[in-house]
Design a protein around this ligand. Structure first.
Ligand SMILES: CCCC(=O)SCCNC(=O)CCNC(=O)[C@H](O)C(C)(C)COP(=O)(O)OP(=O)(O)OC[C@H]1O[C@@H](n2cnc3c(N)ncnc32)[C@H](O)[C@@H]1OP(=O)(O)O
Length: 308
């Protein structure tokens, strides 16, 4: 009798858990670019990447809905080791499941952003199969970062080189500190961007400027970045704590307000950026439906604010 009772209680819970896990996997697939049909072998490359350990990717979620994602490998100028690539994927999954999140700051520990992939690791995976899998792994992860319903900003201190420069383009905005530098050094390495950086850069600065930055391996200082529309603002301090404070204040002008509305706002812009017009319009209609008549909308109708 008791056994049957436990079974009856446990079954719906178990089913619920399975359903949630299934939905989560399906959502990740939807937001990713590559799967087995593209010859992508995720488990294989993850196993490989796990062999190149060092550093970490840390996430803290603040009460104001702003997440702070830290690239933490200062000994190598925050170069991405294999385990950091895997950890980045895990942190992005965490952010996808953070329903109270509104904004995200990505920055590097020790006053510098990121010097790209760890050259010690990439030397060991320089064969074609590993290279393609690593490329698809990072493109999947950075595409999911770009599509998060959070307004994201890369806080660039020190240097953002190679894959580090590519990572800045997966954020909605870039803020730079005095003396910092973004540089697509791929040509010097006999490469082109492979983490999606070229495709995103073209959309940010246009194809002419992107071609110049990539083929000229040009140094992009804060002034040049502002001129190109690559960076939003040059912060006044290059001190880590103060720069982070400034980035928080800058971001909060956009994350202030109800969580449902801020997240919906990012979603309509993502649709507009990525989809053909008619699909984007239909998506906008669907997202509009999630806020219309919602608590923030009804409260505003009662308050009748004047937008002076
Ligand atoms: C699709 C992805 C494509 C890519 O990302 S390819 C990788 C592109 N990145 C690079 O080539 C960066 C190479 N590094 C550099 O140019 C310079 O280290 C850099 C970033 C300008 C910094 O210069 P400095 O400030 O003079 O510092 P440093 O050279 O003494 O560096 C400090 C320690 O960090 C190491 N480091 C820097 N970037 C690294 C990297 N990507 N992989 C592995 N190790 C890296 C560097 O070797 C040095 O270590 P150590 O003190 O010699 O043991």
């Amino acid at each position: 009798m008791t056994l049957i009772c436990y079974r009856e209680m446990a079954l719906p819970l178990w089913k619920n858990l399975l359903q949630t896990t299934k939905e989560r996997i399906l959502q990740q697939r939807r937001l990713s670019l590559y799967n087995g049909a593209h010859g992508y072998e995720e488990e294989l490359i993850k196993k490989k990447l796990q062999q190149f350990a060092g550093g970490s990717i840390n996430l803290s979620k603040e009460d104001n809905g702003i997440g702070i994602l830290t690239l933490n490998n200062p000994r190598l100028m925050n170069a991405f080791t294999g385990t950091m690539m895997v950890e980045l994927q895990e942190r992005i999954t965490e952010l996808e499941n953070w329903k109270d999140g509104k904004g995200l700051i990505v920055y590097g520990a020790g006053n510098t952003f990121c010097s790209g992939s760890d050259l010690n690791a990439v030397k060991e995976i320089s064969n074609s199969q590993d290279g393609m899998n690593m490329c698809m792994f990072m493109q999947n992860t950075l595409t999911r970062l770009m599509r998060l319903p959070l307004i994201s900003v890369a806080l660039v201190q020190g240097k953002a080189f190679g894959g580090g420069a590519e990572l800045t383009t997966a954020c909605d905005f870039r803020l730079m500190t005095p003396g910092s530098e973004i540089r697509f050094v791929h040509k010097h390495m006999g490469l082109v961007p492979g983490w999606g950086g070229a495709a995103r850069l073209v959309r940010i600065v246009g194809s002419g400027a992107a071609l110049q930055l990539l083929s000229g391996t040009a140094r992009v200082d804060p002034e040049k970045a502002l001129r190109l529309g690559f960076s939003e603002q040059t912060l006044s301090s290059s001190d880590e704590t103060r720069a982070l404070e400034e980035a928080r204040a800058w971001l909060s002008q956009y994350t202030e307000g109800p969580v449902s509305v801020i997240r919906a706002m990012k979603k309509v812009v993502t649709a507009g950026r990525e989809l053909p017009l008619e699909d984007a319009l239909r998506t906008e209609k669907d997202i509009f439906g999630t806020v219309w008549g919602g608590p923030a909308n009804l409260q505003a109708l009662v308050r009748r604010p004047k937008h002076k």
